[in-house]
Design a protein around this ligand. Structure first.
Ligand SMILES: *[C@@H]1O[C@H](CO)[C@@H](O)[C@H](O)[C@H]1NC(C)=O
Ligand SMILES: *[C@@H]1O[C@H](CO)[C@@H](O)[C@H](O)[C@H]1NC(C)=O
Ligand SMILES: *[C@@H]1O[C@H](CO)[C@@H](O)[C@H](O)[C@H]1NC(C)=O
Ligand SMILES: *[C@@H]1O[C@H](CO)[C@@H](O)[C@H](O)[C@H]1NC(C)=O
Ligand SMILES: *[C@@H]1O[C@H](CO)[C@@H](O)[C@H](O)[C@H]1NC(C)=O
Ligand SMILES: *[C@@H]1O[C@H](CO)[C@@H](O)[C@H](O)[C@H]1NC(C)=O
Ligand SMILES: *[C@@H]1O[C@H](CO)[C@@H](O)[C@H](O)[C@H]1NC(C)=O
Length: 546
């Protein structure tokens, strides 16, 4: 790294340091409280004590290692933080297809650097030191920590109800005030019992969702940076089909939105960074190079450009910026300067560094035809669904071999668990099965989740730590089944234990939720997938405007 760059970086950190330290510490503390990490002892600063929060290790290594992992993933995620570009390089061995370890040791130094910890304002505590940045993640082994969907829901509530959200906006601008007003109005949402367009049982709280959505329509303005070279930036046409299509569809609809765009950055509540993670990989990854450093650098350079041209980046350290990225590598590629952004990721793995309540789970939608992005949706009524459970797919990752070993050659005829099959049969099975198994591949996400929904099949998610899309709003357990990976041997037992009446209700909800997962070419439609993605970004922003 050349010297001028380092200096520039230091300056940048300077700009938002005070804010960022406050945020980090408060978030860190509340994160710990939430997880009640009793053995990992902590003495937290009281206001006015310039000395330190301390981070001690329990003597029980297994436990504390796990807890620390968990903690690190949470802490790493909380709020604003600077980064050290030079440490933000991925090791060559981290290339997923060549090395199963798939881990990131990068940036371990990040917050220990002198820029962040020394010469603090006397009232600012030091930043707690975290030894391990991100949990190691193996694609051949289950995660060491499994976070249930209930825990994820609680984590969102916790984060969004953080007391610092009731403080006055930090930057005191008009847009911040507007966000605060929106937040207050959402909290006081009028009670909605029944609604013509929204089916109440699908949501955690339909009143809140309806109000938040209305306010988004009335208020939200998004600024899209014009910088960025094609095709990695600004070229959605190149990525409208296939399993990464959601980033392309979102980009296309966002860049052509009539309602939400503003040309004036001072009026923007959110800033959109219009790149494609898939094209980045296609254009810049050097086959067999085992290195993604140049991809990370390319994205980093873009932020340098933005930060030097617009005050918006330095103002919030990027926390009112967002992007959508569906490629598997996107989470690790966006840990540098992008870590504070609201990251809409298909690979939404809460066991690594996805932060529920900040980041957004981007639905992975497999688009086979531009003209018909949602495929031939439909399927049999419950009484005609004669197959109990269906899965088909290549043996990626560690879960699917277990699934197939257990279930592909069993006498039970109602379990249709296959290796790859042809696409036509695949669709036919989805339309005739009661439950469709969405099992983790190399990564937590799978296009099967949205496919199941569109074919009226109740999704059975077997992917520990996968954060399902729109979890901020949707009560996923009301229309999907979550089976922990370790329960695969009990899969059939779990499914047949669901009473028919419950199943019929769930299937009805699956049909009701379909509209939230459908693309519309031309003008997007209210409550469709485009608006739902944007809503999740909006909602997470509104509830953490610190
Ligand atoms: C943002 O911070 C960087 C690093 O200190 C600086 O180079 C840049 O000029 C700042 N941007 C603006 C618009 O002031
Ligand atoms: C500040 O923390 C130090 C070390 O933990 C402690 O000795 C001291 O009493 C604290 N001061 C106040 C005002 O809390
Ligand atoms: C861990 O600490 C507890 C008390 O805090 C002690 O009883 C126990 O023996 C210690 N275990 C080890 C392995 O040191
Ligand atoms: C963290 O430590 C606590 C206290 O020992 C324990 O109850 C909890 O299960 C640990 N968390 C994890 C995820 O291992
Ligand atoms: C970043 O980290 C590298 C390697 O650890 C170190 O040499 C450099 O001084 C650091 N720069 C900043 C700005 O912290
Ligand atoms: C950090 O600060 C300490 C004390 O102020 C100093 O001794 C050390 O050399 C500094 N480290 C770096 C990397 O600048
Ligand atoms: C939904 O939110 C509204 C507004 O905060 C609240 O009055 C209502 O009690 C909530 N409903 C449920 C079912 O939690």
């Amino acid at each position: 790294m050349d010297q001028s760059r380092v200096l520039r970086f230091i300056g940048q950190v300077e700009t938002c340091r005070v804010v960022l330290l406050m945020v980090l510490v408060v978030a860190f503390v509340s994160g710990l409280q939430y997880f009640e990490l009793s053995p990992v002892l902590l003495s937290i600063v009281s206001p006015g004590n310039s000395t330190i929060s301390e981070f001690r290790k329990s003597n029980d290594t297994t436990k504390s290692a796990e807890n620390e992992t968990f903690l690190a993933s949470q802490e790493a995620s909380t709020g604003l933080k600077p980064y050290n570009r030079t440490t933000e390089v991925l090791k060559s061995s981290e290339h997923k297809f060549l090395d199963d370890s798939h881990k990131i040791e990068a940036s371990g130094q990040r917050r220990r650097s002198n820029e962040t910890a020394s010469s603090l304002h006397p009232l600012q505590p030091k930043i707690p030191q975290i030894r391990k940045k991100y949990p190691h993640r193996s694609i051949t082994k289950p995660p060491s920590i499994v976070i249930s969907i209930k825990q994820m829901n609680n984590m969102i509530l916790k984060r969004h109800n953080d007391p610092k959200n009731s403080l006055a906006p930090l930057w005191g601008s008009k847009v911040d005030q507007e966000l605060k007003t929106a937040r207050d109005k959402i909290k006081k949402a009028a009670l909605v019992k029944k609604d013509d367009t929204l089916y109440a049982p699908l949501y955690h709280n339909i009143s809140i969702f309806k109000r938040s959505y209305e306010l988004m329509e009335q208020t939200l303005k998004v600024y899209v940076y014009s910088e960025g070279d094609r095709p990695i930036f600004h070229q959605p046409e190149a990525i409208m089909e296939g399993i990464y299509a959601s980033e392309g569809w979102f980009m296309k609809l966002m860049e052509s939105s009539h309602r939400f765009l503003t040309k004036d950055p001072t009026k923007a509540h959110l800033f959109y960074i219009p790149f494609s993670s898939r094209i980045l990989q296609q254009k810049l990854y050097v086959h067999d190079s085992h290195s993604r450093n140049n991809l990370v650098k390319y994205l980093g350079n873009y932020i340098d450009l933005i930060a030097s041209n617009y005050p918006s980046w330095n103002r919030t350290c990027g926390s009112d910026h967002f992007f959508t990225a569906c490629h598997d590598w996107a989470p690790t590629e966006t840990r540098g300067p992008y870590i504070n952004c609201i990251r809409a990721l298909c690979n939404a793995d809460v066991g690594i560094d996805f932060v529920v309540g900040k980041d957004v789970s981007l639905p992975e939608t497999k688009v086979s035809s531009l003209q018909n992005p949602n495929g031939k949706i439909g399927g049999s009524r419950p009484s005609k669904r004669t197959i109990l459970a269906f899965f088909a797919g290549s043996l990626h990752g560690y879960v699917r071999p277990i699934l197939l070993n257990q279930w592909s050659s069993r006498p039970e005829q109602d379990m249709k668990i296959f290796n790859r099959i042809d696409h036509k049969s695949y669709i036919r099975y989805m339309k005739r099965s009661r439950f469709c198994v969405c099992a983790k591949g190399y990564e937590v996400n799978s296009p099967r989740v949205v496919e199941s929904i569109l074919y009226g099949c109740v999704p059975v998610i077997i992917s520990d730590n996968f954060v399902p899309p729109f979890l901020e709003i949707l009560n996923w357990e009301s229309f999907a089944v979550f089976v922990p990976e370790k329960e695969i041997p009990n899969l059939r037992k779990i499914l047949i234990s669901i009473p028919v009446r419950r199943y019929v209700e769930m299937q009805k909800r699956v049909l009701k939720v379909q509209k939230h997962f459908m693309w519309h070419d031309g003008e997007p439609v209210r409550y469709d997938i485009f608006h739902m993605i944007l809503h999740s970004v909006w909602y997470n922003r509104v509830f953490q405007t610190f």
